[in-house]
Ligand binder design. Structure first.
Ligand SMILES: C[S@@+](CC[C@H](N)C(=O)[O-])C[C@H]1O[C@@H](n2cnc3c(N)ncnc32)[C@H](O)[C@@H]1O
Length: 244
């Protein structure tokens, strides 16, 4: 999967410039408070270009961000010198250190391609937490919400780049397939990039059972809000699990 987000990394922040990382981070902070976590050591898996980490850093969290993709990390490092960004795989990476909080956001969990990989990853999250530590991760490609079959055309511009992205999503058995093609106009030249993402669709109750089996007490939230997630919520699920 390390071939993904390579050439696209440079344009990732532009494409997600409307995503409200600040609002989501405020919700994460409200969970951290709710579960009475006072420690400030936070580990993020699949940190990407550091969208959430950079907001959390403002609140004095001591952050380590791990991502599979070097190009995403290069951009993250440019944005913050006080966050430690490392290349690693959420399934296997061993930092030999325990944290107060572990997070994994924006559907990164769906890059686990089957239940065996998902279990490996969740056990790795567990291993990196102190006793009573808090795990927060989200799932946008949950069976109850995601149907696929969409076509979008979006465009973004900044002073250097104009970008048009065509994206098509479809369901293929237990996977969500996202095919994306970007036409980029930069330095008076056109450039073409494409990406193909394969995300495993998980059933929320099954993931909840697995998280509990691993040793967490878990609550589910609907989207980045305090509302309890329900089958008909049609929202992102946010898992908040306390290590037992
Ligand atoms: C949708 S992006 C989310 C990035 C960031 N969390 C955000 O909210 O903007 C998914 C990220 O997960 C990373 N990723 C995919 N598989 C991974 C793995 N096995 N271990 C660590 N990172 C992974 C990708 O490189 C990418 O940066």
């Amino acid at each position: 999967m390390d071939y993904l987000y390579k050439r696209f990394a440079e344009y990732y922040d532009l494409c997600y410039s409307k995503k409200d990382y600040n609002k989501e981070t405020n919700f994460l902070k409200s969970l951290i408070k709710k579960y009475k976590i006072t420690g400030k050591h936070l580990l993020e898996f699949g940190c990407g270009t550091g969208g959430h980490a950079i907001h959390l850093r403002k609140d004095d969290f001591k952050i380590v961000g791990v991502d599979l993709n070097k190009e995403m990390l290069k951009i993250a490092r440019k944005k913050s010198k006080s966050i430690h960004f490392l290349q690693g795989d959420m399934r296997t990476c061993d930092l030999k250190k325990r944290f107060d909080i572990v997070i994994c956001l924006f559907s990164t969990i769906h890059y686990n391609q089957n239940c065996r990989e998902l279990e490996k990853t969740l056990r790795n999250f567990y291993k990196h937490l102190k006793p009573r530590g808090l795990l927060i991760f989200d799932m946008g490609f949950n069976e109850e919400r995601w149907s696929g079959g969409h076509i979008f055309v979006d465009n973004w511009s900044n002073r250097e780049v104009d970008l048009v992205r065509f994206s098509k999503s479809r369901r293929n058995e237990d996977y969500g397939i996202l095919d994306m093609a970007c036409i980029i106009f930069k330095n008076n030249k056109f450039q073409f990039e494409e990406e193909h993402h394969k995300l495993r669709i998980f059933k929320t109750p099954e993931v909840k059972k697995l998280v509990e089996k691993i040793g967490f007490n878990v609550d589910l939230y609907a989207g980045y809000t305090k509302k309890v997630w329900q089958k008909n919520s049609k929202k992102y699920v946010v898992f908040a699990g306390v290590k037992q």
